[in-house]
Design a protein around this ligand. Structure first.
Ligand code: NA7
Length: 536
């Protein structure tokens, strides 16, 4: 206890998604008194909120699941190659029950502020329920795509119909039958939900500002034989993934796109297309670093779109014009392009006819008035930094995160922030999270942080934080690595470009999950080089 009589925890974990749940488990296992806080009424994080029709993970289920417990791995049976949101949520609920994690979590409690007290080396955390929590260590597992972006469109409040957000989808959604539905946004969320909404609604109008590349998802129900094969292969698969570039066992074609002839290229691209989804973004090893190699893959994908979509104007509008393929996360769809052949679906190209305002009855553009009964926002997130910058987060000497990150996020290994002792941010800027298998990535980061906290506890350390120069060096390294890729060519949520006023810069570490893990391993084996330890 302390002066105000509140209980003081060793570790406070904010967020109960993939990273937060494992953090709770791992810290408790290591003997720490750990408490979780979660804004939602249940576990799941992203998979709790994003219940829109068609929500699925674009990483295969067998990879997108925890590896920390062999029995869990062997006993959970995924029903499909790519799991849909309800099954992933059920999995996380199962994990929470199986490892008895729910009793550690305060649900329906959103952290609004957190302040580090230098005197007693302690975080004081305020919440929207009025509770105050205190802990020595603060672990932010608040998600990299969780701060919902609500665009500020004139007249938005006037709309008299129903308004829905894919990122905050109701548990009991309305029926779309007989209704005129509009979808604003054509990122992954729009592209996954549009085909399903189109089947239900009387009419569907898709408002597209930027086209995205999308590759079909070769989803299938996993038969018992297939599942047995996967199960038997699990250890090998995990070994292969642990230091792999994306945290999954897949490898690019052994030769660069420009080293081979046209026929071989097409065969490699077609094979990869059939493998499906985001993997297409890395068909060739040079595809994300050499524009000419990228063009080879881009042209192939564009040809596919033209072949599917009947109306040539619509087909042209669906082809991106502003970024190399893969520099925005490639979407993974089930029947997206085919949807535009339906008589009840139309595409509105907002580049040609920008929105002038939202009215009581629909959306008005430079090209006319589109009447709607339902408007679905699939407009994305204040990615990677939003969940921190929306909190009043202050470190030593009341330095605010908004100030330290005013010109872009500064981190050490993505995990630590100078001036913020005893704080660890999971899955944020400066690490490969959004470019890799988020589940294995979460495990790797939690393990690294738990090892460090254990080390501090057994060495009588009160405060640990990265040195400023170490964070500058890491952040420059992150920038340098991204400049060797084509990623910075896209105005994307990776670069902060989707949020007005946000500093621009490629935020994730693009050097691959394996290299990132090696860097973290190295720092640990060098006795935590780059960190400052204080005994008070
Ligand atoms: P995304 O990928 O950020 O997509 C958001 C979409 O919303 C995108 O098409 C935006 O167009 C569009 N948008 C945003 N604001 C506006 C306004 N004001 N007017 C018109 N259109 C707008 O978010 P998602 O949820 O689909 O996916 C995020 C990630 O989650 C995804 O990459 C997966 O990794 C999982 P823009 O491109 O900005 O022109």
């Amino acid at each position: 206890g302390n002066a105000s009589g509140q209980q003081v925890r060793d570790v406070l974990v904010v967020g109960a998604g993939f990273a937060g749940l494992y953090a709770l488990h791992r810290f408790r296992q290591d003997g720490f008194d750990v408490q979780g806080v979660e804004a939602a009424p249940g576990v799941g994080g992203t998979w709790y909120w994003n219940r829109y029709p068609g929500a699925r993970c674009d990483v295969e289920s067998v990879d997108y699941s925890y590896s920390f417990d062999e029995r869990l791995q062997q006993e959970w049976r995924w029903s499909e190659r790519y799991a849909a949101q309800p099954e992933i949520l059920a999995y996380l609920e199962h994990v929470a029950r199986r490892f008895d994690l729910e009793c550690l979590i305060r649900f329906e409690t959103r952290v609004t502020c957190a302040r580090f007290d230098e005197q007693d080396s302690m975080w004081t955390v305020g919440t929207d329920t009025g509770d105050t929590l205190r802990a020595r260590y603060l672990v932010l597992a608040t998600g990299c795509l969780s701060a919902v972006h609500t665009p500020d469109i004139p007249g938005a409040a006037d709309f008299a119909g129903e308004v829905l957000f894919t990122a905050n989808w109701p548990h009991h959604p309305p029926s779309f039958e007989g209704r005129r539905v509009g979808v604003l946004g054509t990122g992954s969320s729009g592209i996954q939900s549009i085909p399903i909404l189109a089947r239900e609604a009387a009419s569907l109008t898709v408002f597209q500002r930027s086209a995205n590349y999308s590759v079909p998802m070769p989803n299938q129900v996993l038969s018992d034989e297939e599942w047995e094969r996967i199960r038997a292969d699990y250890p090998a698969r995990r070994r292969k993934s642990a230091y792999a570039p994306a945290g999954t066992p897949h490898e690019p074609y052994p030769k660069g796109a420009l080293e081979i002839g046209e026929e071989e290229r097409r065969a490699a691209l077609e094979a990869r297309w059939q493998q499906g989804g985001v993997l297409f973004g890395k068909t060739f090893p040079d595809q994300m670093s050499d524009l000419a190699a990228n063009d080879v893959a881009r042209r192939f994908a564009e040809e596919k779109i033209r072949r599917i979509v009947h109306d040539p104007v619509t087909a042209r509008d669906l082809i991106p014009t502003d970024h190399p393929i893969g520099t925005k996360r490639i979407c993974t769809d089930i029947g997206y392009y085919e949807t535009f052949n339906r008589p009840n679906v139309r595409l509105v190209n907002l580049r040609r006819e920008p929105i002038t305002r939202i009215t009581e009855t629909g959306i008005r553009t430079g090209g006319g008035e589109y009447e709607l009964d339902v408007l679905v926002y699939a407009t994305g997130f204040d990615a990677m930094t939003g969940s921190l910058s929306r909190m009043a987060l202050s470190g030593r000497d009341d330095v605010r995160i908004q100030d330290v990150w005013a010109h872009g996020p500064l981190t050490y290994l993505g995990l630590g922030i100078p001036g913020f002792p005893n704080l660890f941010n999971l899955g944020g800027p400066g690490c490969p999270s959004v470019l890799a298998n988020m589940v294995l990535h979460s495990e790797q980061q939690v393990d690294w942080v738990a090892d460090l906290v254990t080390w501090c506890a057994s060495n009588g350390i009160d405060q640990v934080e990265p040195r400023h120069d170490a964070a500058v060096k890491w952040t420059e390294h992150v920038q340098q690595v991204s400049r060797r890729t084509l990623f910075p060519m896209a105005s994307s949520w990776y670069t902060g470009a989707n949020i007005e006023g946000k500093p621009r810069g490629f935020m994730p570490y693009a050097g691959g999950f394996g290299n990132y893990r090696t860097s973290c391993d190295q720092v640990r084996s060098d006795g935590y080089e780059g960190m400052v330890f204080t005994r008070r």
